[in-house]
Design a protein around this ligand. Structure first.
Ligand code: GRF
Length: 205
């Protein structure tokens, strides 16, 4: 039986595209469904072009955030997803949703966590003047970008570079790190250390 991945997006969906190109329909892994917090987002077009089912779960269409989260959770469970990937999902998910998908919910973040969590991570890193930046794929817990790290990759930052240059470098890394993380999880190569839940063991890494 296929390993089924649900992807949550808000906008461009270039990380979704990387999953569609590199993971979907290979080695028993399928992007089963894509949900966006915004109607009309480019990522929804990418999913539709790949023949993947889509839906919109906008906060404004529901009585509360918890109601939106519950409807989204039901939709994902109805599609029997094994893993939920936050790939540029620009909204906070409440604790009940996070607990519901605990251990099968990951996020890609454009910094070397724990540096620069939250929004505008690339701008934060540039303002700080760091020499090294990177990408983190992590399990999601109830904090902002605080969950256990699955994979990280660093790269050097050129002197005085523009935000757009760092965004490009970051995306290049994201587009190989996130598919790799999903492939490893689908293959059963990723496990949490029961004696220290911060520690994620990745076989073959
Ligand atoms: C990525 O940089 C990701 O790290 C962050 O949001 C951005 C989404 O980009 N969480 P895209 O929509 O996948 O192009």
């Amino acid at each position: 039986m296929a390993f089924r991945v649900g992807v949550l997006i808000s906008g461009e969906g270039s990380n979704l595209q990387a999953l569609l190109d590199q993971v979907h329909g290979r080695d028993g892994v399928e992007v089963a469904c894509v949900a966006s917090s915004r109607a009309g987002s480019r990522g929804l077009e990418r999913a539709a072009a790949a023949g993947v089912e889509t839906a919109v779960f906008a906060r404004a269409d529901h009585a509360s955030r918890d109601a939106r989260d519950a409807a989204l959770g039901d939709w994902l469970d109805d599609r029997r997803v094994d893993l939920v990937v936050l790939a540029g999902f620009m909204e906070i998910l409440g604790a009940p949703f996070i607990r519901r998908f605990e251990g099968r919910l990951i996020n890609v973040h454009p910094s070397l966590l724990p540096a620069f969590p939250g929004v505008c991570a690339i701008e934060q890193a540039l303002d700080y003047g760091v020499k090294v930046s990177g990408v983190t794929v992590h399990f999601v817990d109830e904090g902002i970008d605080t969950g256990p790290v699955v994979l990280q990759e660093a790269f050097d930052l050129p002197y005085a570079c523009a935000v757009e240059d760092v965004e490009r470098l970051t995306h290049e890394v994201e587009h190989r790190l996130l598919p790799r993380a999903v492939r490893l999880i689908a293959a059963g190569a990723v496990s949490r250390d029961p004696s220290n839940p911060r520690l994620v063991r990745v076989e073959g890494e």
